[in-house]
Design a protein around this ligand. Structure first.
Ligand code: ATP
Ligand code: MG
Length: 411
């Protein structure tokens, strides 16, 4: 067990202690350190009141940033010249009553570290540590976080029913952490998640979207989808986790996982739901495209050209790339000979520079107009028919041949 404190974190803890306060790194950074992952960020918890924290860091090499967090006792501090070395420093606090199933009505600053750890969601997130004077580490784990971490168990601090009623977002955080670390949800914690899932109706959809993305990124997302289909149904009405769960571990791509989970949803409902959950326009477009093409034929040259034209050679702009498409097909249907054959043919098409769509045709609409074809919808139609003719091998893909053919077409 070891926590290696970055220098800026040690410096901030030391500064608070120098000013007479107690201070510890807390939460995710301790959990991640103990399991050998690099923490995303470091949070500090302290006995100093927010104003006292701000004063303690009003000296070089520190800078403070006091934003919205102050209401909750948080001051952001970074070491001069290194904005990425930022810590959120929060006063020990306990939360008041919760009347909106998400945020406490008030927070109360408290004197004891233990009380601050008690308000945290899961035991593995309720540990604190600081460099000790003897060069070792001062470690606080009043709720058995280390044991749970070693056993791979995610367990609420305190009574699960109460903790999820206070803040229903914790239900999804629980799924996310369990998926990320491949942890088992302790039985009472899991039971309360199922029971209280209706409270998710009170949670802002964009927060739900963020947690859902986290769940889909987790290594154990497949198992979690299988264990909590009821909760997924709630946030993605019409999705089919029962069918999707065993397939999700076939890919690590979270966009594909989302498409697999939602493959049976009606397109309009899916788009509206993803929009509500604040998924980006690009993600929505890709997921919808994958699902729309989920059963496209793979057995003719024309069909493959249509796939190439729709998905593009590589991921760029709004096109996911044919590799993403085939990864999706393989996730849905298994690694079939038919998919492998189609992929090989497409690789050849791309490598040979052959035309597979209007974008790879040797002439453009402008060429047609310069050649005397009146501008208007007919131009698009001609381009499409020329493309089909090239793909079907009826003409060469060069300007001259295409112009000759264009003049013969009756559009
Ligand atoms: P991540 O690696 O995803 O950032 P994290 O554990 O650091 O995980 P944060 O959301 O950054 O999660 O929160 C930091 C800490 O604050 C958590 O470890 C936990 O102790 C506490 N915390 C965050 N959100 C909640 C919540 N909704 N309820 C209770 N405690 C919470
Ligand atoms: Mg964090």
């Amino acid at each position: 067990m070891s926590v290696i404190f970055p220098e800026y974190v040690s410096a901030m803890i030391a500064r608070l202690r120098e000013c007479g306060y107690s201070a510890y790194a807390v939460g995710g950074c301790i959990r991640d350190s103990l399991i050998g992952r690099t923490p995303n960020d470091w949070d500090i918890t302290t006995s100093a009141l927010p104003q006292q924290t701000a004063e303690a860091f009003a000296v070089p090499p520190f800078r403070t940033f006091i934003g919205n967090g102050l209401r909750h006792g948080t001051v952001s501090v970074y070491m001069d010249g290194a904005p990425e070395e930022l810590c959120e420093i929060t006063t020990y606090r306990c939360d008041g009553t919760y009347s909106d199933y998400r945020r406490p009505d008030s927070v109360t600053f408290v004197r004891e570290l233990r009380e601050d750890l008690a308000r945290r969601d899961f035991t593995v997130n309720a540990m604190a540590a600081a460099p000790a004077e003897d060069g070792g580490i001062e470690f606080h784990d009043p709720f058995g976080g280390v044991n749970d971490l070693n056993a791979g168990i995610l367990r609420c601090v305190g009574e699960p029913h109460r903790r999820f009623t206070e803040d229903a977002l914790r239900i999804l955080r629980g799924m996310r952490f369990a998926a990320r670390f491949d942890f088992v949800l302790e039985a009472e914690t899991a039971a309360a998640m199922h029971e209280l899932a209706p409270l998710l109706a009170h949670i802002a959809p964009e927060r739900i979207g963020v947690e859902l993305q986290g769940i889909l990124l987790g290594d154990a997302c497949s198992r979690i989808a299988g264990e909590f289909p009821d909760i997924l149904h709630r946030i993605l009405p019409g999705c089919t986790p029962e069918r999707a769960a065993p397939l999700l571990s076939r890919t690590e791509n979270n966009l594909i996982r989302l498409a697999v989970l939602c493959a049976d949803m009606e397109e309009k409902t899916l788009d509206e739901t993803l929009k509500r959950l604040a998924f980006s326009r690009e993600v929505r477009a890709i997921v919808l495209l994958l699902i729309r093409w989920r059963n496209a034929p793979l057995d003719t040259h024309r069909a493959l050209c249509a796939i190439a034209d729709t998905f593009g050679e590589n991921m760029s702009g709004g096109s996911p790339g044919t590799n993403v498409y085939f990864d999706f097909r393989r996730t849905m249907d298994g690694d079939t000979a038919c998919i492998r054959q189609a992929e090989a043919e497409l690789r050849e098409i791309f490598a040979s520079g052959a035309c597979y769509g209007v974008s790879t045709l040797a002439i453009t609409g402008r060429d047609l107009i310069s050649a005397g074809i009146p501008a208007g919808p007919a131009v698009g139609e001609i381009l499409q028919r020329l493309t089909d003719a090239v793909i079907d091998g009826e003409t060469e893909n060069n300007k001259e041949a295409l112009l000759t053919l264009a003049r013969q077409l009756d559009c």
